[in-house]
Design a protein around this ligand. Structure first.
Ligand SMILES: [Zn+2]
Length: 485
């Protein structure tokens, strides 16, 4: 989950200078500015009402699908009306439609065009409602995986609602709270990337957060991380799936049983089965997958039954392929309408990730009536295509459990050439390489697969790992406006 201001946040405009100053401090002193920043964020996020709000959100767990539908309809009606009448970008859009004689109602979500990221990037202020002053709002500047950033603004109320919701569903659901000592593995450069000497982390007293760098997870450095987790009495982990997995592999290799956690909460990257198994074994705790974004258009989290529940009060989620809603069991682009941030409303926003639809059930085995997704499948841009035009989303079966590679990246160069870059583990064998090639060909058909050995694999600007990179242009069959328009 690209959690706002947690794992992904990288750069305010001032950040390069501040970051350089911070990096010049002796590592042990860095926790002073980190904690000050933490106290500042805490005053934005949490108040005396946080716990009451969190309890209210937990009470919604017992709502059935009909109660959720009523809630969403009511809130959606408010957000759509506000967007169409008080938000410059959308007001202009509807005025132009009226001028063209289009009388479609803005009260119907299906009548709204799909919003692409580029539109927000081009004119972010045009998405802020007339009665809001961005200078008095919380500013999020996200750095996307491919370096394309977005400016977003949240009112104080939105910040507090979101963090109370996050407390309820990303911590209390899992038996932990913000008052417990926790570690986060994310994209902040807490120490210069080239450093090879600890400390690769910083203690943020304001958020009780042990921030660990996701840029220094080399096998020989990981034992330092593990010792630090114990020394700082960390009780749960939160972070990029690939970072949790890197730690877990070393725990298992070193046969350490002392790094025990209450839960490991994965975000920002999909969780593959082989990663889940090793992370759970290493930290002797459940792994829970979460999904979200600074745009606040949707959020989801895994329950104890392993189901991925959408948080319906954050957004209305559609799965769209070629302009139409997908069937159960099919994958599509996440197109989401934010219900939380009505001060910068994003309607039918193509988030840039894909997910697979799950057959509807009235109530999950965990007791919740929140709708579910079969899986979150990663970035839309990084889907591989077969020669006959099929999109292949999840490729985790290619890397079966206990495969002797530390990490691997699949790059599709063309429809008939795919490269697998891999970092071998000590017990790597040619047979393991052949198994990856065969499994990939089983899914993509007769393509040339080349295996390329590496000492390490690159991270993106915000420290994320891309398991799949597609350099093949997506067939452009989908309509840009979606259904109903
Ligand atoms: Zn459930």
């Amino acid at each position: 989950m690209r959690l706002p201001s947690e794992t992904g946040r990288c750069s305010d405009k001032l950040m390069p200078t501040l970051l350089q100053l911070y990096h010049r401090l002796p590592p042990a002193l860095r926790s002073v500015p980190a904690s000050l920043r933490g106290y500042y964020l805490r005053t934005w996020r949490y108040t005396k009402t946080t716990d009451r709000l969190a309890r209210e959100f937990l009470a919604r767990d017992s709502w059935d699908v009909h109660a959720w539908k009523r809630y969403q309809d009511e809130r959606l009606s408010f957000v759509l009306t506000r967007a169409a009448t008080q938000v410059p970008y959308y007001r202009t859009l509807w005025q132009e439609r009226r001028r063209r004689g289009d009388n479609a109602s803005f009260h119907e979500l299906a009548n709204w065009p799909i919003l692409e990221k580029e539109e927000i990037r081009n004119a972010p202020h045009a998405f802020v409602a007339d009665d809001c002053d961005p200078k008095r709002m919380f500013h999020e500047h996200t750095s996307g995986t491919t370096g394309k950033s977005l400016d977003l603004w949240w009112s104080k109320d939105t910040v507090r609602t979101w963090y109370a919701m996050f407390e309820a569903r990303s911590r209390l659901w899992y038996g932990v709270s913000r008052h417990d000592r926790w570690a986060i593995l994310g994209g902040q450069l807490v120490t210069p990337a080239a450093d090879r000497k600890p400390l690769f982390w910083v203690w943020n007293a304001g958020l009780k957060q042990f921030y660990m760098s996701s840029y220094h997870l080399a096998p020989d450095l990981i034992p330092h991380y593990l010792d630090a987790l114990i020394a700082h009495r960390v009780t749960y982990l939160f972070g990029y799936t690939s970072s949790l997995y890197a730690l877990a592999q070393e725990v298992l290799k070193l046969r350490r049983r002392d790094v025990r956690m209450r839960v490991a909460i994965a975000n920002a990257e999909p969780v593959f089965d082989y990663q889940r198994a090793e992370i759970e074994e290493a930290f002797q705790c459940p792994l829970r997958e979460t999904y979200g974004m600074a745009e606040l258009a949707a959020a989801a989290g895994e329950c104890a039954e392993g189901e991925m529940h959408i948080w319906p009060d954050v957004g209305v989620v559609e799965l769209v392929e070629n302009g139409i809603a997908v069937e159960d069991g099919q994958a599509g682009d996440l197109v989401c309408t934010g219900l939380l941030n009505a001060d910068m409303p994003l309607i039918r926003y193509r988030v840039g990730d894909r997910a697979t639809a799950r057959p509807h059930v009235e109530r999950c085995r965990c007791g919740r009536g929140m709708p579910m997704l079969a899986s979150i499948d990663g970035r839309s841009d990084d889907v591989l295509y077969t020669k006959d035009g099929r999109a292949i989303g999840r490729l985790d079966p290619v890397f079966k459990q206990h495969l002797p590679v530390l990490e691997a990246q699949i790059i599709q160069e063309s429809l008939d050439h795919v490269r697998i870059l891999y970092v071998p583990a000590d017990n790597y064998s040619d047979e393991a390489g052949r198994s990856m090639v065969t499994r990939l060909q089983e899914r993509l058909g007769p393509v040339n697969v080349t295996l390329e050995r590496r000492d390490e694999l690159p991270r993106t600007a915000n420290g994320k790992f891309r398991a799949v990179i597609s350099l093949v242009k997506r067939p452009s069959t989908r309509s840009s406006t979606g259904r109903g328009t």
